[in-house]
Write a protein that binds this ligand. Structure first.
Ligand SMILES: Cc1cc2nc3c(=O)[nH]c(=O)nc-3n(C[C@H](O)[C@H](O)[C@H](O)COP(=O)(O)OP(=O)(O)OC[C@H]3O[C@@H](n4cnc5c(N)ncnc54)[C@H](O)[C@@H]3O)c2cc1C
Length: 351
């Protein structure tokens, strides 16, 4: 590692002042589970000259509920989110997403803010500098995306413009379905953005003097079923090959509202609006689920090595609609007559 200045910030104002002092060469560190690997492997052309430790800002480590919904400080740890009573009772999809991240060790260190701001896992982007020199892809200011013609088996099947790396954050996918808002502090004060506006094809909407301070999730409909399904190759620890976050509200068996978000198929969390429309106002059955699955991948344009993701996405969409969490290995279903088996139904915390 190269040497750098290290600053412990104890308030948001101190962190912002340190970012200003760093003049574009400063980086925030929270749990460090992503950042340390990046700087050790020197994957970025710019090495930070100042590292600002924000773990010391205790005021940002909270999970609290109020009449408007849930508020999560940017420094709340993933393990605390996975176990929080408030999250489990009303926002259990978020607990499921948190539990799906990495290992207990990483969840104990990793924060929700760091999870949302982590860098993509594309192997061209992450190619270590010491092994033959870093690869200057589009995301690092290069002129092309090597994955388009290279090994793209884990890359985007939708929405890749310039860069086809996928959004690696499980939390971002569920938070999009939950209609979360991000509170961002900067030199001009505070601003609020939606998760969808936060993520862009080649990065996020931060400028180098801003930091994420809070995630706000509105109250969810009482009859909503929340589920986060993640297909990955190594179950105990792996990033998603495809994931689905879904929140479906039913009244007398009819879907009155739906949010379905696709993960790891695009550079940003991807709202499957046409899949949502396919089930809204309808009874959930095999026909409507199949229509939604087909609609979810309507705009898919797989690359040379990842057409398999289309079928995986369709299967996960159907499972999410029926609230079938086969990943947890529990026999559960929202198929007609089996409604009580869903472990993710509001109030039921069996997984
Ligand atoms: C082996 C391994 C497996 C993993 N598997 C998964 C997985 O399955 N799913 C998944 O979603 N993630 C996975 N991750 C990523 C992991 O979740 C993230 O590394 C972690 O959440 C980052 O949190 P952190 O607090 O450690 O962030 P840090 O490493 O401290 O920071 C990460 C980035 O976010 C920035 N940052 C941090 N906090 C803020 C803030 N408040 N405002 C602005 N910028 C900020 C930092 O500057 C840095 O660029 C995995 C990581 C590893 C190492």
């Amino acid at each position: 590692m190269k040497s750098f200045d290290h600053i412990n910030a104890t308030t948001v104002d101190e962190a912002l002042a340190a970012l200003k002092y760093g003049n574009g060469k400063a980086t925030l560190i929270a749990g460090g589970t992503d950042l340390l690997g990046i700087i050790k492997d020197r994957i970025l052309p710019d090495y930070p000259e100042v590292i600002i430790n924000i773990k010391t800002i205790r005021e940002l480590e909270y999970i609290k509920e109020d009449p408007e919904g849930l508020k999560v400080g940017a420094l709340a740890k993933l393990s605390d989110i996975a176990e929080s009573a408030a999250v489990l009772s009303e926002y259990n999809g978020l607990a499921q997403a948190a539990r799906s991240v990495a290992t207990p060790e990483i969840r104990n260190m990793g924060t929700i803010g760091g999870n949302l701001c982590q860098r993509v896992r594309c192997w061209y982007y992450r190619y270590p500098h010491q092994v033959g020199g870093r690869i200057m892809c589009r995301r690092k200011g290069g002129s092309s995306c090597p994955a388009v013609k290279g090994d793209n088996r884990y890359h985007s099947i939708m929405g890749g413009k310039g860069c086809v790396a996928v959004c690696p954050s499980d939390m971002a996918i569920m938070l999009t379905a939950l209609h979360a808002k991000l509170i961002i502090a900067g030199p001009e004060g505070q601003r609020t953005t939606s998760i969808q506006d936060f993520f862009a094809t080649t990065g996020n909407s931060f400028n180098h003097q801003e930091m994420l301070t809070e995630i706000q999730i509105p109250k969810q409909p009482t009859q909503s079923r929340q589920i986060y399904l993640k297909y990955s190759l190594r179950k105990p620890i792996d990033f998603a090959v495809v994931s689905i976050a879904s929140i479906i509200t039913l009244e007398n068996g009819v879907c009155t509202d739906a949010a379905i978000v696709l993960g790891a198929v695009a550079p940003t969390p991807l709202r499957a609006s046409e899949a949502e429309e396919a089930i809204k106002g309808k009874t959930i059955d095999d026909t409507t689920a199949e229509r939604a699955a087909v609609a979810a991948v309507k705009y898919a344009k797989p690359l040379s090595m990842n057409a398999y993701k289309v079928q995986v996405t369709k299967t996960l969409v159907k499972r999410a609609i029926f609230c079938e969490n086969t990943i947890a290995g529990i026999p559960n279903s929202h198929r007609k007559g089996q409604e009580n088996w869903c472990p993710t139904h509001r109030g039921n915390q069996r997984i």
